[in-house]
Write a protein that binds this ligand. Structure first.
Ligand code: ZN
Length: 214
């Protein structure tokens, strides 16, 4: 996508954001920064400011709490995201969703492609769309190419829940929200998920709400 029209120097904007300290405000759906796409990271922040920005993303993700956060979600149109998932869920949920713990990692300039044709559908949510969840069918396995925060290349296959996180966060960097890919007939509030659809997989929800699973 075209780079953002706003041309305030990114480093200046990030310095301003970090000045307040603590978790950063999370941008909600409806803000253009979530839809415009991002520019590749090319040293715009310099190593010291990049390290501070990544730390702020980590703190913000933990505080939310969430398992991933992309730079546009704090208003910064750079191709950077972070993820970390301690996977604090019951064993049957972890098994059904392939939810294995993921250490903290930084994805700089990530791109993914499907690895194999399998798809998996589960409820997911987004810190920029608070209060709601929806079932999204995604590639069960993806090959991710990126760099880490030190510029070291990363080329890795992700499966299960980590594959879902990687797709969700990388999509943010292209201006795509999970709702663009969601089965909208599944859309419940967080309260409805807790009351009705708190299960390892959305099979009953698909039947009751009338949508297809892959
Ligand atoms: Zn999100």
């Amino acid at each position: 996508m075209a780079p953002p029209r706003d041309c305030a120097p990114l480093a200046e904007r990030v310095e301003e954001l970090l000045a307040a300290g603590g978790p950063l405000p999370i941008v909600a759906a409806g803000q253009p920064v979530l839809r415009r796409g991002t520019v590749p990271y090319d040293g715009q922040l310099g190593p010291a400011l990049l390290a501070r920005f990544v730390e702020a993303l980590r703190v913000t993700m933990h505080a939310a709490p969430g398992v991933g956060l992309a730079a546009p979600q704090v208003g910064v149109p750079l191709r950077i995201a972070v993820l970390e998932d301690p996977a604090p869920v019951p064993e049957e949920v972890a098994a059904a969703r392939g939810r294995v713990p993921q250490p903290f990692r930084v994805l700089v300039n990530p791109v993914y492609e499907p690895a194999g044709g399998a798809r998996a559908a589960f409820f997911e949510g987004c810190l920029s769309v608070p209060g709601w969840q929806a079932v999204v069918a995604r590639h069960a396995e993806v090959r991710l190419r990126a760099e880490d925060e030190h510029g070291r290349p990363l080329d890795e296959v992700f499966t299960g829940w980590p594959a879902r996180i990687v797709q969700h966060e990388t999509d943010h960097l292209d201006g795509t929200l999970y709702l663009d890919r969601a089965e909208l007939r599944s859309l419940p509030t967080n309260e409805a998920v807790a009351a009705l659809w708190n299960e390892p997989a959305p099979r009953r929800a698909a039947e009751a709400l009338g949508f297809e699973l892959p």
